[in-house]
Design a protein around this ligand. Structure first.
Ligand code: NAD
Length: 502
C-alpha cells in the first residue's frame, strides 16, 4: 500500500490499481476509523484493506457537502450543465466497465456475467436517465384569482443528503441514489456497505474528471455503527436515504428524528409468488427459480414464498425442482456458466444455514438443497445449495422472516381468497408475483396484494423508469423513475398579488 493506492491482480487476471482512502472534496484521504478488510467470499482470502471513516471524518464530509451546496456552483448550475457532468461520469464508468464488474464480483461473489451485463448496464443507464432529467425539473403556475393573483411553485433541492447503501448491488444501489439526488441539485455523502467497499472507490476516481465540483459527491466507506450512525445523527444533514434491513431502517428512523430529517427507506421483504391452476406451469416454475435464486437469493424483492394452488402442487413441485437442477449452477463467480456464487460473507452464510436448521426443526420438509455446497472453493467459501422447503405453515420462521439467501418455501392454497390472505400475511410489502392466464384474475389479485410492486407472469422485473419501493415494513418512499425525483426535491409555493388592492 502506498499513496492510498494498492495494486491488485483479480482472479480473472485483471490488473487494478485501487484507491483505498475515503473520498472527500474530490480527494482521497486516509480515514481515521481504522480499516475495512474486504474478503473474497469464494476462498475467504483478503482482497484489500481500505480506510474506514470515523465520526470526525463524517463531519468533514458533511462540511464539504454543505460548502458545495451553499456555494452556488452545483445547485445553481443550469440543469443542462449539471446533466452534462453526470453524462460524462457515466461515460467514464462505461469505459471502465470490465474493471468495475471485476471488483463487484470479487468482493460480492455475484457471477461476473451478472455484474457486467446487468449491474453495470443498470448503473450507467441510471446515471444517464437522471442526467437527462437535470434540465426538466421545474414547478408549475397556478392561477389562484385570475387577473389578480397567481401562485407558482419552485422545485428546490433538499440540501446535504446522507445515503447509506447495502452490499447486494453495491454500484447499482449507489447509482439509484446518486442519480436523482444530483439531478435535483443536492450534494451527497454516501456510505457504502462495509462488506463491499471496492467498486465504488474505483468509480470515485472519475468524479473530478467528470467535472463535479469538490464536495458535491463524498464517499466514505465505514462501519454502520460508527460512520453510518454519525451520518444519520449529524445535525447538518438534511436527508437520509437508506437501503438495507428493516431493523436498521427502524433504528435510522429514530436517530434521524434528531433534526427531523427527510427520509426514504427501502428495507426488507418476504415477497409472495402465487401460482394459480390456470397458469402456464412451465413458465411459473422457471420464473420461480429466477425469482428466488438470482443474485444468490440476496435480493430484497426475492419471491421467497411460493404459494401454489392445491390442485397443481405436485406437478409444480416437480417442474420447480427440475428448473433449479438445470439452471442453478453453483460455482466460481468468474466462470462463464455459473448462475450462483457464494453468499457475500460468513455472517450471511451462517444466517442462511441457521434458517435451514429452523426449517427442519419446525417440521418443514426439505425438498432440495439444505447443505453448504462443497464442490467449489476447495472446502472454503460461502457456497450454499439452492434450498426449498415444503410442508411449511404460516407461523413458521421460514415463512415469516427475511432470509436473504437461495432459500424458499412452497406452500399450497385452495382458493383465490386464501392466496390473497396468505400473501398478505406478513409484515412486509415489497414485491409480489402472480401466475395466471386469466386476465381478470391477474388484475383483481394485483389490486388486492399489499405490495409496492406486482409482477404478472414474471418475477424481479425492475426498470429505471418504473417506481420501486415498498409498503408496510418494506419501506417509505419510492426510488427510480420520475417518482425517484420527488424524494430529492421539495416544493416551495410563491403567492403573487398582481392587482388586488386593499
Ligand atoms: P444492514 O441493514 O445492517 O446494513 C445496511 C447498511 O446500513 C450498511 O451500509 C451498514 O453499514 C449500514 N448500517 C448498519 N447499522 C447502521 C446504523 N446503526 N446507522 C446507520 N447505518 C447503519 O444489513 P446487514 O447487516 O448487512 O444485513 C442483514 C440483513 O439485512 C440481511 O440478511 C437481509 O435480510 C437484510 N438486507 C436487506 C437489503 C435490502 O436490499 N433490502 C440489503 C442488505 C441486507
Amino acid at each position: 500500500m502506498s499513496d492510498l493506492k494498492v495494486d491488485l491482480t483479480a482472479p480473472n487476471g485483471r490488473k487494478i490499481t485501487l484507491p483505498i482512502g475515503i473520498y472527500i472534496n474530490n480527494e482521497f484521504v486516509k480515514g481515521n476509523g481504522g480499516e475495512i478488510e474486504s474478503i473474497n467470499p469464494t476462498d475467504e482470502s483478503v482482497i484489500a484493506k481500505v480506510s474506514a471513516a470515523s465520526a470526525d471524518d463524517v463531519d468533514a464530509a458533511v462540511k464539504a457537502a454543505r460548502q458545495a451546496f451553499n456555494d452556488p456552483s452545483w445547485r445553481d448550475l443550469p440543469g443542462p450543465d449539471r446533466g452534462a457532468i453526470m453524462f460524462k461520469w457515466a461515460d467514464l464508468l462505461e469505459a471502465n466497465r470490465e474493471t468495475l464488474a471485476t471488483l463487484e464480483t470479487w468482493d460480492n461473489g455475484k457471477p461476473y456475467s451478472v455484474s457486467y451485463n446487468e449491474d453495470l448496464a443498470e448503473v450507467i443507464s441510471c446515471l444517464r436517465y437522471y442526467a437527462g432529467w437535470a434540465d426538466k425539473i421545474h414547478g408549475q403556475t397556478i392561477p389562484t384569482t385570475p387577473g389578480m393573483k397567481f401562485a407558482y411553485t419552485l422545485k428546490q433541492p433538499i440540501g446535504v443528503c446522507g445515503q447509506i447503501i447495502p452490499w447486494n448491488y453495491p454500484l447499482a444501489m449507489a447509482a439509484w441514489k446518486l442519480g436523482p439526488a444530483l439531478a435535483c441539485g443536492n450534494t451527497v455523502v454516501l456510505k457504502p456497505a462495509e462488506q463491499t467497499p471496492l467498486s465504488i472507490l474505483f468509480a470515485a476516481q472519475f468524479i473530478s474528471e467528470a467535472g463535479f465540483p469538490p464536495g458535491v459527491i463524498n464517499i466514505i466507506n465505514g462501519y454502520g455503527k460508527e460512520a453510518g450512525h454519525a451520518l444519520v445523527s449529524h445535525l447538518d444533514v438534511d436527508k437520509i436515504a437508506f437501503t438495507g434491513s428493516t431493523a436498521t431502517g427502524k433504528a435510522i428512523m429514530k436517530t434521524a428524528s434528531v433534526n427531523m430529517k427527510n427520509i426514504t427507506l427501502e428495507t426488507g421483504g418476504k415477497s409472495p409468488l402465487i401460482v394459480f391452476e390456470d397458469c402456464d406451469l412451465d413458465q411459473a416454475a422457471k420464473w420461480s427459480q429466477i425469482g428466488i435464486m438470482s443474485n444468490q437469493g440476496q435480493i430484497c424483492t426475492a419471491t421467497s414464498r411460493v404459494l401454489v394452488q392445491e390442485s397443481i402442487l405436485d406437478k409444480f413441485v416437480e417442474k420447480f425442482q427440475e428448473a433449479i437442477k438445470t439452471t442453478s449452477k453453483v460455482g466460481d463467480p468468474f466462470a462463464d456458466d455459473t448462475f450462483q456464487g457464494p453468499q457475500v460473507t460468513r455472517a450471511q452464510y451462517e444466517r442462511v444455514l441457521s434458517y435451514i436448521e429452523a426449517g427442519k426443526s419446525e417440521g418443514g420438509k426439505l425438498l432440495t438443497g439444505g447443505e453448504p455446497h462443497k464442490n467449489v472453493g476447495e472446502g472454503k467459501g460461502f457456497f450454499i445449495e439452492p434450498t426449498v422447503f415444503t410442508d411449511v405453515t404460516e407461523e413458521m420462521k421460514v415463512y415469516q422472516e427475511e432470509i436473504f439467501g437461495p432459500f424458499c418455501v412452497v406452500v399450497s392454497f385452495k382458493t383465490e381468497e386464501d392466496a390473497i390472505r396468505m400473501a398478505n400475511n406478513t409484515t412486509y410489502g415489497l414485491g409480489s408475483a402472480i401466475f395466471t392466464q386469466n386476465l381478470e384474475r391477474a388484475h383483481r389479485v394485483a389490486e388486492k396484494i399489499e405490495a409496492g410492486m406486482v409482477w404478472i407472469n414474471s418475477s424481479q422485473d425492475s426498470d429505471i423508469r418504473v417506481p420501486f419501493g415498498g409498503v408496510k415494513q418494506s419501506g417509505i418512499g419510492r426510488e427510480l423513475g420520475e417518482a425517484g425525483l420527488a424524494a430529492y426535491s421539495q416544493t416551495k409555493a410563491v403567492h403573487v398579488n398582481l392587482g388586488l388592492k386593499l
